[in-house]
Ligand binder design. Structure first.
Ligand SMILES: Cc1ncc(COP(=O)(O)O)c(C=O)c1O
Length: 383
């Protein structure tokens, strides 16, 4: 057997290496996990079980059941004032499948996609696999890890086709303010860019309100929202994502998905339809729990030697600055893991602008977070 050349030198990512090391260690307090620690609520599970017994065991409609697409529209209208119709929605296999289908549908060979880093790294692979060229735009803590118009304009060429945004952001936990999104929208219109807006953390904004990018003037026809159930409804294992965008793009993405996954699991769709319609109160409950944890952790981090940390804005990540320790992100994380059995992800695993930072996920109980912060404080004192 001979693997394809592009995979012959494939190495596990920085994040995977940490998780592999943790498996061989005892009593690690793992602040690296990018999924909520809450199980899916049992009434959601009951709906899926009932649907199975009611005969929803066949192939699903390729774009998704009408009721679940209607539920997606109703949810986005209720929460974010976005008016859309079921023809503009495609159910996907996890949020991770959406950019993949969109890039397949939009990119000609060599078309450029602007990725704002530090970012969710699968985007890079997806651009490559779609025949596009990824162009990174770095960000800084001083600018809230949001791209500046100047930096974006510098990399735009006649080949630039897509700008990919992610707010609230994994890994920085930062939210791009509405005013800045408006400037980006004007730039997208000026240069005729299509915006892939990864809004999978829309339910987890702690200050102010989430802005759905297509609600900005003129953006509806040039934006695809990438959403999903993993983070908002604690349904990571169900693998439910969705795309909301122009009907013509959704039609082509549906056609592409037909030869990839042939639709999204029927039971997961039924569970999603129910969850989107009936769980608004739970969203607020969990958001408050994450807010409390993030306030606690950022408060503790800010009192530690050589660490500063911005307060929580969105998602469940904090992105403390550890440059004062003189260690690289990677060296810091491995030393912390080996000496204190606390796991975090090096900021540099998400792109060069993440160097000097750590990603800390507040996806553990308060009890574990307290212990982890105690260990980290001692680690830093002795560094
Ligand atoms: C920014 C971002 N987008 C998309 C995803 C994909 O989520 P899923 O495929 O579980 O829906 C993740 C998961 O961590 C993420 O952080």
């Amino acid at each position: 057997m001979k693997l394809a050349e592009r995979y012959q030198k494939a190495q596990p990512s920085g994040m995977v290496k940490i998780f592999q090391a943790i498996e061989k260690m005892d009593e690690v307090l793992n602040l690296g996990i990018g999924e909520p620690d809450f199980d899916t609520e049992h009434d959601i599970i009951d709906v899926a079980a009932r649907a199975a017994k009611d005969g929803f065991t066949h192939y699903p409609p390729l774009q998704g059941f009408l009721d679940v697409r209607e539920a997606v529209c109703a949810y986005w209208e209720r929460h974010h004032g976005l008016n859309c119709s079921p023809e503009e929605v495609l159910m996907t296999v996890g949020g991770i499948q959406t950019p993949n289908l969109a890039m397949q549908a939009l990119l000609n060979p060599g078309d450029e996609v602007i990725l704002v880093e530090p970012c969710f790294t699968p985007y890079f692979t997806q651009v490559r696999d779609s025949g596009g060229a990824a162009v990174s735009v770095g960000t800084t803590e001083e600018n809230g890890f949001a791209p500046t118009i100047g930096d974006l304009e510098r990399v735009i060429t006649p080949r630039t086709k897509i700008l990919l945004l992610n707010s609230p952001c994994n890994p920085t936990g930062r939210v791009i303010p509405r005013g800045q999104l408006e400037e980006i929208a004007a730039l997208a219109a000026k240069h005729d860019l299509f915006v892939l807006s990864d809004e999978i953390y829309e339910a987890l904004v702690y200050k102010g309100k989430h802005t759905a990018f297509p609600t900005l003037p003129g953006m509806r026809e040039r934006t695809l929202i990438m959403g999903g159930m993993s983070k908002s409804h604690c349904m990571t294992g169900w693998r439910v994502g969705y795309a909301i965008g122009p009907a013509e793009l959704i039609r082509v993405m549906t056609m592409i998905a037909t030869s990839r996954t042939y639709g999204l699991n029927t039971l997961a769709q039924k569970a999603t339809s129910y969850a989107l319609t009936n769980h608004d109160e739970k969203l607020i409950e969990r958001k408050n729990i994450f807010a409390e944890r993030m306030d606690y952790v950022s408060g503790r981090l800010n009192k530690m030697k050589n660490v500063t940390c911005a307060f929580a804005e969105g998602a469940f990540y904090l992105f403390p600055n550890v440059k004062g320790t003189g260690l690289t992100s990677e060296a810091f994380v491995w030393k912390l893991l080996e000496e204190s059995h606390v796991a975090a992800i090096p900021g540099s695993a998400f792109g060069p602008s993440g160097e000097g930072y750590l990603r800390i996920a507040c996806t553990q109980s308060m009890e574990i977070l307290i212990q982890a912060m105690d260990r980290m404080e001692t680690f830093l004192k002795n560094l």
